[in-house]
Design a protein around this ligand. Sequence first.
Ligand code: SAH
Length: 224
Amino acid sequence: MILDARMARLILDLRREGITDARLLGAIEKVPRDVFVPEAFRDQAYANMALPIGYGQTVSQPVVVALMTQALDVAARMKVLEIGTGSGYQAAVLAHLCRRLYTVERHGDLLTEAQARFKALGLHTITTRRGDGTKGWPGQAPFQRIMITAAADEVPAALVDQLAEDGRMVVPVGPQGSDQELVRITRRATWFDTESLGPVRFVPLVACAPQPVAGRRAATLNRP
Ligand code: SAH
């Protein structure tokens, strides 16, 4: 199958970029990325590139998805929260690594499309919600892991509160228009460990604002 060859090349690219975790590479191999991008970009779905998903949003390049997922260090028994469902690609990768994946998206049309993909791929351990992800998902907290896939000016306090003890969060922090910093926060009994994982570029985490006007302009979501 042609797809297998393209997937094999992507996995090779990721290995070259330093992604070595066999469990993570196995999860990536199970997710057909072409299903998550608009038809016009399907032939680029297995290149190591960020791609537009409509409404001014993007799906990260596979190496960024892999690096963030590796940094989150997800185990099979865990309950994980993602903020910014977008196409659903990152959620699908996470769902292959954890027990239950909760994901919140503010944009209704993107969420509807992502839900259809989860159903078609039989990803029944994903639970979705439309809403403001900066508030997290209080009814399901605490989470052992939280991944935010949009850039926050500041780490939302509600999300930090919803981390379990020894729980971990990976979040891009910083303003638009320049590089942001990928930050990993680990909650300890009475303090938080914070590590910087390097520069990234993400679309903004938009708190409580109205939905953006529909558009197809791509934003960059690549490592600079
Ligand atoms: N993880 C996605 C890519 C995310 S792009 C994927 O794999 O395709 C960032 C997403 O965050 C966009 O879909 C955007 O609509 C969403 N977003 C931005 N602010 C948000 C908020 N406050 N709550 C929930 N989703 C938000």
